[in-house]
Design a binder for this molecule. Structure first.
Ligand SMILES: [Zn+2]
Length: 125
């Protein structure tokens, strides 16, 4: 299951950042997922619930930021976000382009961490 390995990686990364920040518990984790990463949001949420068991993320909220596919058009000399990747072309002038600038993201953007005294010790990247 593709989403489970992703969820486990998210948990590992967030738990490591939590330790680095001197925190005990991760209360929320935000991940950026590109449209081309082929991740199903519902499946990722279910996998996250399994992966977080027994970790500092056991009670954490998962937030998924949807990153659109962005291409560079050499004709317009501009980047453009695509609502549909078929065809893979500039939405302004229609020129086909395979120059992808965003859409494959799969990364932990930020976490919210609570420390030993229940204080918020760190948030952000
Ligand atoms: Zn164009």
């Amino acid at each position: 299951m593709h989403e489970l390995s992703i969820a486990m990686r998210v948990v590992d990364l967030a738990a490591a950042r939590c330790r680095d920040a001197g925190g005990d518990i991760v209360t929320a984790v935000t991940v950026r997922v590109g449209r081309l990463a082929a991740v199903h949001g519902g499946a990722l949420a279910a996998a996250f619930e399994m992966a977080r068991e027994g970790t500092p993320l056991a009670e954490a909220t998962l937030r998924v930021v949807d990153v659109p596919v962005r291409v560079w058009c050499p004709q317009c000399r501009a980047e453009a976000d695509l609502t549909d990747v078929v065809p893979l072309a500039c939405p302004a002038c229609g020129r086909p382009t395979g120059d992808l600038r965003a859409g494959h993201e799969l990364e932990v953007e930020s976490i919210e961490v609570v420390g030993p005294r229940g204080d918020t010790v760190g948030a952000g990247a």
